[in-house]
Write a protein that binds this ligand. Structure first.
Ligand SMILES: [Zn+2]
Length: 117
């Protein structure tokens, strides 16, 4: 079973304009105990190297958030979405809509710190 972190956040649907809360799974920081964050929380980095993604020394990074569950938007019932999880100085600043794709192959982070899986 893959390990990941989760953040619960409201994200506005660009199709209908309604904000829906969802759990967004992402790969940054320590994931060994599958931490669950809220916006504003500081990422944890304890754990073995095999159980961490990225680096705590990155100042600013966007982690790709993969929606948990099978339905995201509570209004137009779009089945899936990706979110951008904006992390600055290890703090989750905000979560915004990225795309309606179900996933981005081989990408965990985007922007200047983009790294392949
Ligand atoms: Zn919608």
């Amino acid at each position: 079973m893959a390990l990941f972190a989760t953040v619960t956040a409201e994200v506005e649907c660009p199709r209908c304009g309604v904000a829906s809360s969802a759990d967004w799974q992402f790969y940054l920081g320590a994931v060994g105990d599958m931490p669950h964050y809220a916006v504003g929380d500081v990422l944890r980095w304890e754990g073995t190297r095999r159980q961490t993604y990225g680096s705590p020394e990155w100042h600013e990074v966007i982690a790709v958030g993969y929606m948990a569950g099978s339905e995201w938007c509570g209004s137009c019932r779009h089945p899936h979405a990706l979110a951008d999880i904006h992390v600055r100085e290890n703090r989750i600043e905000r979560v915004t809509f990225r795309s309606f794709e179900p996933w981005i192959p081989e990408t965990l982070f985007v922007g200047p710190e983009r790294k392949p899986v």
